[in-house]
Design a protein around this ligand. Structure first.
Ligand code: HEC
Length: 115
């Protein structure tokens, strides 16, 4: 009685262990593709640019521009994309960290600060 029962328990444990491991791996995969521009901005940019684009205390020390200003508003989406992917002076590059689609969402988000 003990023998087969124990084997069954081991098999069940193994299945549970595999299921849990794959669930954990799935949870660690890249950030959800559906993140909105606002979420992306909050997670990657607000540390310097502030939630509303005005610039955090740290951002001001790094000479971060207020993204609501006229200069930023007049820049083309491709110029903003360039700054976000390649970085500029104290602004770190996000190429490789964020996908092209995520950068596009961020540009739309940045451009709506001054609407
Ligand atoms: C470590 C601080 C820091 C982080 C994080 C950061 N930035 Fe910047 N950002 C800067 C600084 C500093 C500048 C000014 C660069 C310069 O001197 O031209 C800048 C400039 C910009 C500009 C250009 C504004 C203009 O008028 O040309 C855009 C757009 C921008 N950031 C968007 C973002 C986005 C989107 C993110 C998140 C993906 C982000 N930044 C993350 C510091 C940061």
């Amino acid at each position: 009685m003990v023998g087969p029962n124990r084997n069954w328990n081991i098999a069940v444990c193994a299945i549970i262990a595999i299921a849990m491991t794959s669930a954990i791996c799935a949870a660690q995969a890249a950030p959800p593709a559906g993140s909105s521009g606002a979420e992306l901005f909050k997670n990657n940019c607000a540390v310097c640019h502030g939630d509303n684009g005005a610039g955090s205390a740290l951002g001001k020390r790094l000479l971060t521009p207020d993204l609501r200003n006229k200069e930023t508003r007049q820049k083309s989406p491709s110029a903003l994309a360039q700054t976000i992917s390649a970085g500029k002076k104290n602004m770190p590059p996000f190429e490789g960290k964020l996908s092209g689609a995520e950068i596009q969402k961020l540009i739309e988000y940045v451009r709506q600060f001054h609407r």
